[in-house]
Design a protein around this ligand. Structure first.
Ligand SMILES: [Zn+2]
Length: 278
């Protein structure tokens, strides 16, 4: 004989489930520092960063570093200047703890792609192919500031959280991330914009893009680079996108006209803001 579920128990179970769902969502709703936007993110750094560091190590083993020592040095210099500016910003807001688990690293990789990315925890890769578009250190600071800002604003964790909500439901998250299956690995890679390497592409949302532009622009300006160069950089990128094969970075970075108009609007604002952090 099968045991019948008491309908009252059933309702109770539903209520408990809802209670935990609300609890998960409430604790998962975080505020992006720098912009104050609320985001859904229940991926803790303690879980994400070790995965990111391991993936970065793996990437560097499988890819050749650039033999152009001068450019490789520039990538590191610009990266450190941006991080110095970031630390200044956080100190002023008494939020130094925000990056305490970050392990910054900046590498130039031998690859003709016009691309760059930053993994959670501050692991940056710039591809040789984008150096021509950057033209100068301010152009490089535009790209690196933008990618670093995606990581700082936890855009990957946010997308992963949204993806997991859709796929598994909030309750399943812990179970799902404990077993690092191939499917989960692909989801993770996709969430961090490395999708092209596993055959799936999931673009950052327009909101995340303009947020990364805004934070990146502030950081590069605070680091002493001319924000007008960001405008010139994206205009060069747009010109290249007109060709038959759009640059790699654009496949995850949509809406050029909107971006350029937005950056033009932001330049005087970030200049004013950056002056307060001198
Ligand atoms: Zn982006």
């Amino acid at each position: 004989m099968l045991a019948r579920v008491d309908p009252k128990m059933h309702i109770m179970a539903k209520r408990i489930f809802m209670f935990f769902l609300v609890l998960v969502l409430a604790t998962a709703c975080k505020t992006v520092p720098f912009t104050g936007r609320k985001q859904l993110n229940f991926m803790p750094n303690s879980q994400l960063f070790p995965m990111a560091f391991a993936q970065y190590e793996k990437f560097l083993k499988e890819h050749q570093l650039s033999s152009n020592q001068q450019d490789a040095r520039r990538v590191k210099q610009v990266g450190h200047r941006i991080v110095d500016a970031l630390n200044r910003y956080l100190r002023k807001h008494h939020r130094e703890d925000y990056v305490k688990d970050y392990k910054w690293e900046f590498n130039l990789v031998k690859d003709p792609q016009k691309n760059a990315w930053c993994m959670p925890g501050g692991k940056v890769v710039v591809y040789e192919g984008i150096m021509d578009v950057c033209q100068n250190d301010a152009g490089l600071a535009t790209v690196m500031g933008h990618e670093i800002s995606h990581a700082l604003a936890n855009h990957g964790g946010e997308r992963m959280s949204q993806g997991l909500i859709q796929q598994l439901g909030a309750i399943g998250v812990n179970v799902a991330t404990q077993n690092k299956t191939e499917k989960e690995r692909i989801l993770w890679m996709t969430a961090y914009g490395l999708g092209s390497q596993v055959g799936v592409l999931l673009p950052f949302s327009r909101k995340q893009e303009s947020e990364a532009d805004e934070i990146g622009l502030l950081l590069m300006t605070m680091a002493g680079y001319d924000p007008n160069e960001a405008l010139k950089f994206w205009e060069r990128m747009e010109k290249m996108a007109g060709g038959a094969a759009p640059p790699e970075i654009l496949s995850t970075h949509p809406a050029h006209k909107t971006r350029i108009a937005n950056i033009r609007r932001l330049i005087p604002i970030v200049k004013k803001k950056a002056a307060k952090y001198k």
